[in-house]
Design a binder for this molecule. Structure first.
Ligand code: PEP
Ligand code: MG
Length: 886
């Protein structure tokens, strides 16, 4: 018989801190906190195995589960010295989800469970506070009827409003015990009328109803979306925690709060948190009341009294717990606590979500505090998250018109059009529009809109509100709790305290680091890579084996990449240089030329331009390898697309319109990506590659001769499918290169290699390697040709594939390891089989995507190459790969 239910309480726990998969994060930490002696209300956890059984058995439970819950309930009664369903001394419980990975707010919760018309008497007696008792009761019915019975929340909410207006009051807190008692009866009646079912009075029935609802919420749409966005597998399931209720809303010696052991936004080492006197947990997170700070560390004028001053003893106890938790978990924790009649209880601890900025600072600080090693510090920062830091901030020189201030909930800066609904934000983003989602507060229902938006602005809610927590996790900039704006959803506009009206569609800018809202699209600047970031990256570099290069075509981009730590260029796409300024006219002249002599005339004009580009790039990349790819795209990409452009070109080159037009038509291809491109062009027109090789070698020779440069140009021939293509083109290239060297009297150690971007090339890599000094896997084309999936058209339908789970991820984003990756592995092995010293890298977009980088490490490539901004991401991912391998 398996164990399905794990109890905790009174310093003892069945579970321990290795059982995340089974008990979920919350259940594991409740067990662990109990074991280390923290004041945790006792309870028990139904494991993720129960969740699996629940779904496998049409939402029924095996008898063993039912028996074990019964036993755990008896133990809980004993520990609390109360009885579930007892009219005299009743036990009330909370039912909460807790998956192995944190999914904040995505699943359901039921509080105050166990209340009915008999047990309420006991609660009144225990609390000596009928108002509190009936308020708990009516909250329970509202929550349970919605979460478990599926009733629309508006119906009971409406009755509540009616009651208030009939009493001439506006605040819930002004309702009397009698009002609330009446409401309880009205709520139950309304349930019966709406659902044609009685609200259950039997506590055991309530319990199983709530447990099933929480397990059921694992598959609700917002949880499904959240899992998809965060790569959490559906088969994990959630655990369910049943725990004795403690109340933060029993009077002014009660409170509830959430805190982070360090600042989750900046990483600064100070105790950061918010609390509310006389409130239930949900009140803090939901942003209904503005919370008060727990201490005076960052006190600002206008802040409400701090817990440090209001409840000094509880605060000191909390500080001790904070230190204990940090030493125990050796990481920043996100905690929830409640104070019931002066006694502090810990409701939760978990590893706190943090911005990338904070993640780095905390990791570096903790090494300094001897809490973790350098390797652990490197592993603490996820490469995906790093991306956030590489985002822009406001240009300090720019003119700024600050129209409102709120909380700096998640750093970075973003501009976009104001949109008030999540659905619309998603729609606009699909149309490639930048939007700022503006809401009074956000809820888990808004998650898709938050994902689509550039930034998020909310009028209500603190630093731990839903908007703040989710935005930080997504690496999006967010200003929350901006009370200075008044949102009118009906009119689709918001008004600032100065009376400025901002309508839907107008541009605003958010500065999530300063908590400012600015009018218009304010210029931004690129991030700096120094301080803690540089320290952490230096550690990463110490541990990684893979080299990281960049894909860059200009000296400027090469410079950015060097700043980010690129160790050379893995792909310089020379065709991009053909579009610079008015060069395109010369290129067109070359394409339109009727004979070799005409083509050579045009190529002679292009030669010095390309040589100039190479000189610039070589200088920036001094001492590092530079791989230059010869012309790759089909020629028609350089030709005019419409008649106006054709006639302009005809005029410029002195040809007739019809002549140019027919030339353009002749170059039309049905399937250009599989057409006359890459090395196939050079088989027909060898003079094009000859010119490019000459430009590369002249630039190299001049630098070696005049500036005493050490330089090894790597000349790369694209789209090779058959070794004979490479053999011919290599011979040509060597002839040109050697002639240049001889002319300059300089020796250059150049390499000639190829891209592996067609399945045939991978399959015959052993033969191809005999003609190549290096391989670079072009996984963009290799994905396209392996999948038979057009990289230019797949955007129309691939999202459906991911949405419906046909594919887990877009294969153009994350390397398809099973298919395309297999060809990379095979091509690599076959290449090395005939040429053991073959240099091998990857230069498709995957070179900067963490899971793909880890794959490249595992199969043994020498380097990855990616866009300049992703270089740090790749460096960190490469370090993770190397550390985790050990
Ligand atoms: C590739 O195909 O992976 C590649 C890097 O080349 P391009 O994207 O220019 O086709
Ligand atoms: Mg390619």
């Amino acid at each position: 018989m398996g164990k399905y239910v794990y109890s905790f309480g009174e310093g003892q726990a069945d579970g321990n801190n290795t059982m995340r998969e089974l008990l979920g994060g919350k259940g594991m930490n409740l067990a662990d906190m109990t074991s280390i002696g923290l004041p945790v209300p006792p309870g028990f956890t139904l494991t993720t195995e129960v969740c699996k059984a629940f779904y496998a058995n049409e939402r029924q439970y095996p008898q063993e589960v039912i028996n074990q819950v019964k036993e755990a309930m008896s133990l809980l009664e004993k520990r609390m010295n109360k009885r579930f369903g007892d009219a005299d001394n009743p036990l009330l419980v909370s039912i909460r989800s807790g998956a192995p990975a944190s999914m904040p707010g995505m699943m359901d919760t039921v509080l105050n469970l166990g209340l009915n018309d008999q047990t309420i008497e006991g609660v009144i007696k225990q609390s000596n506070d009928p108002r509190f008792a009936y308020d708990s009761y009516r909250r329970f019915i509202q929550m349970y009827s919605n979460v478990v019975m599926g009733m629309d929340t508006d119906i009971l909410e409406h009755l509540l409003e009616q009651k208030k207006s009939s009493r001439g009051i506006t605040q819930d807190t002004d309702l009397s015990a009698d009002d609330l008692k009446e409401l309880v009866a009205e709520f139950k009646k309304s349930c019966k009328e709406t659902l044609r079912r009685n609200f259950p009075d039997d506590p055991t029935e309530q319990l199983w109803g709530a447990i099933s609802a929480v397990f059921g919420s694992w598959m609700n749409p917002r949880a499904v979306t959240y899992r998809k966005l965060n790569n959490i597998p559906a088969h994990w399931g959630t655990a369910v925690n049943v725990q004795a209720m403690v109340f933060g809303n029993m009077g002014d010696d009660c409170a509830t709060g959430v805190a982070f052991t360090r600042d989750p936004s900046t990483g600064e080492n100070y105790f950061y948190g918010e609390y509310l006197v006389n409130a239930q947990g949900e009140d803090v997170v939901a942003g209904i009341r503005t919370p008060q700070p727990i201490n005076r560390a960052k006190y600002q004028e206008g802040d409400l009294p701090a817990m440090e001053d209001v409840m000094p003893e509880n605060y000191q106890e909390l500080v001790k717990i904070r230190d204990l938790l940090e030493k125990h978990y050796r990481d920043m924790q996100d905690i929830e606590f409640t104070i019931e009649k002066g006694k502090l209880y810990m409701l939760q601890t978990r590893t706190g979500k943090r911005t990338a900025h904070a993640a780095i600072r905390i990791a570096v600080d903790m090494v300094g505090e001897n809490l973790i090693s350098e390797q652990e510090a490197v592993l603490r920062v996820s490469p995906d998250q790093l991306d956030q830091l590489l985002h822009p901030s406001l240009d300090p020189q720019a003119e700024k018109n600050v129209i409102a201030r709120g909380l700096p909930a998640s750093p970075g800066a973003a501009s976009g059009q104001v949109i008030f609904s999540a659905d619309e934000a998603e729609e606009m983003a699909r149309l490639k529009k930048d939007v700022i989602l503006v809401r009074v507060e956000t809820s888990p229902e808004d998650i898709h809109g938050m994902h689509a938006a550039r930034g998020i602005l909310t009028a209500r809610g603190g630093m731990t509100s839903h908007a703040a927590v989710v935005a930080r996790g997504m690496g999006k900039c967010c200003v929350s709790g901006c009370g200075a704006i008044n949102i009118d959803y009906e009119k689709q506009q918001f008004t600032t305290t100065n009376g400025l009206v901002v309508k839907k569609g107008e541009y605003i800018t958010l500065d999530g680091s300063a908590g400012e809202v600015l009018l218009g699209d304010v210029p931004k600047i690129e991030p700096e890579v120094s301080g803690d970031f540089a320290v952490l990256m230096a550690w990463a570099d110490k541990f990684r084996r893979l080299k990281v290069r960049t894909n860059a075509d200009t000296p400027y981009d090469s410079g950015v990449a060097r700043e980010f730590g690129a160790e050379g260029i893995g792909l310089c796409r020379t065709e991009h240089m053909f579009f610079e300024g008015d060069r395109i006219q010369t290129v067109r002249e070359m394409i339109l030329a009727n004979d070799l002599a005409g083509r050579k005339r045009a190529l002679d004009k292009i030669l010095p331009m390309q040589k100039g580009d190479f000189l610039g790039i070589f200088r920036v990349m001094k001492g590092f390898p530079v791989t230059i790819r010869l012309l790759d795209p089909p020629l028609h990409e350089f030709l005019p697309q419409n008649d106006d452009d054709v006639s302009e070109l005809a005029h410029a080159v002195g040809m007739r319109f019809s002549e140019v037009k027919s030339h353009v038509e002749k170059l039309h291809e049905f399937n250009p990506m599989l057409g006359h491109r890459g090395c196939r062009l050079a088989i027909t027109y060898p003079e094009v590659y000859d010119m490019q090789v000459q430009a590369i070698m002249e630039a190299a020779c001049e630098l070696i001769r005049d500036e005493k440069f050490e330089i090894v140009p790597e000349i790369m021939i694209p789209l090779v499918a058959h070794v004979n293509e490479l053999r011919i083109l290599r011979e040509n290239a060597v002839k040109v290169a050697d002639a240049v060297c001889a002319r300059y009297g300089v020796k250059v150690n150049y390499l000639i290699g190829t891209m592996i971007e067609l399945p045939r090339a991978a399959l015959t890599a052993d033969a191809i390697a005999e003609e190549a000094d290096f391989f670079s896997f072009g996984t963009n084309d290799l994905t396209q040709t392996t999948y038979g999936l057009s990289r230019d058209d797949a955007g129309n339908f691939l999202p459906d594939y991911v949405e419906r789970g046909v594919l887990k991820r877009d294969p153009f984003v994350a390397l398809d390891q099973r298919g395309v990756g297999e060809l990379v592995r095979l091509g690599f092995d076959r290449g090395r089989s005939t040429r053991p010293d073959l240099k091998v890298g990857i230069c498709g977009e995957h070179g900067g995507e963490p899971s793909s980088v880890i794959f490249c490490h595992k199969i043994g490539l020498d380097y990855v190459s990616c866009s300049p901004y992703r270089v740090p991401v790749a460096r960190l991912a490469a370090a993770h790969a190397a550390i985790l391998e050990k």
